[in-house]
Write a protein that binds this ligand. Sequence first.
Ligand SMILES: [Zn+2]
Ligand SMILES: [Zn+2]
Length: 388
Amino acid sequence: MSEKLKHLSQNEIENLIKEYYAGESIAALISRYNIDVLPSQLVKAFPPKILPQVCGYCGGQVVEAYSSKSSRYANPVFCIRCDHKLQGYCNCNGCRQIAHQAAIEQAEQEAAKKQIVAARFAEILEANRPDAVDYDTLTFEQKVYLGAVLRAGISEDYSLLLPFEKMHSSVAPTDSFTNEIIHSLTKEAPILLISPVSHFSSYGQKGDGNFYYHPDKVTWELNLYKDGMNKVPLMDLIMNPSIMEASSDDKFRMWQKNALEEVLQDLTYSVEALLKTDSPAGEKTKTVFSALLRDYSTSQIYGIIYNSINQALRYKAETNIPNKRAANSVVGNAQSYGERALANGWVINKRSRKRELPISAISNFFFGKVLGIGDKGFTEKPTLEMCS
Ligand SMILES: [Zn+2]
Ligand SMILES: [Zn+2]
């Protein structure tokens, strides 16, 4: 019972409450009943209604408090001992414990479900496990790709290969090249197998019961052997090839391909950063830059791209054309600049890699270990002579 009403009898209090809700003026009630309270506080002084229930948590008395007659909400109903609220959201100790328990149970159920799915996934992988691939049947490309990815992400004990998206360096200059590498090492030949230890978020079961997986997120195992060679020397052979038997043509083609990917990477990054729009990356773009790579090194083409983007930015500033159109002019600029430079004997300055685009695992491995020319793979134009 509130201190403010202790001079009133039970009857008087009941009448006071009745008159309050009947619409009597608050000022009149305060004066008639001689209550020492601010008008806005009167309703708070009403003793709560005792309800014929006890609290489910603590057995305490459940009451209904009065709220202002202008209130749009139902009167609060709660336990006077533990403050548990019987309507709406409640954050009392009892309710918090129940929510906590429910969360634990749900997590346990989910973990159990995941375990069942993981076990089924492992079963399917095992049932469909292809025969190990003979190292000696690998193509030159596959050997290069494999060496690069193993260097970027094989575990200390050589048993597992990190998911591509988690490797120490980016595998290839562009995503499409990375996908090509994954395809070559998994679909063209089952050199890499999905490991059952893959993180649960990297695969899942579809409605029809079949499984799907994210090729850049799953963990891999190596499915490879070489007659007369144990795992450790085989790994060494793949990652540190002293001689890779391949034709100069194969090496030259790989250099051209990788150089083109590095050019496209720089182009895409520069156009997106400076012109805030997608870079042209269609067949025409590839043809133009492939042709330029016959006369220029990757680092010189970075210089040509730098120059062409400057030109496009200037064109945009002068004519106020949309970014998209300015971006579309970049490839044409590069082509004519490269051709004029060649015809006029201009020197095209080399530019280095951008800090944001460090050398990829494939470039590092191919230029460093396969061709053995290191930075020249970037600063010299691809030639057949350098591949022999
Ligand atoms: Zn209670
Ligand atoms: Zn509660």
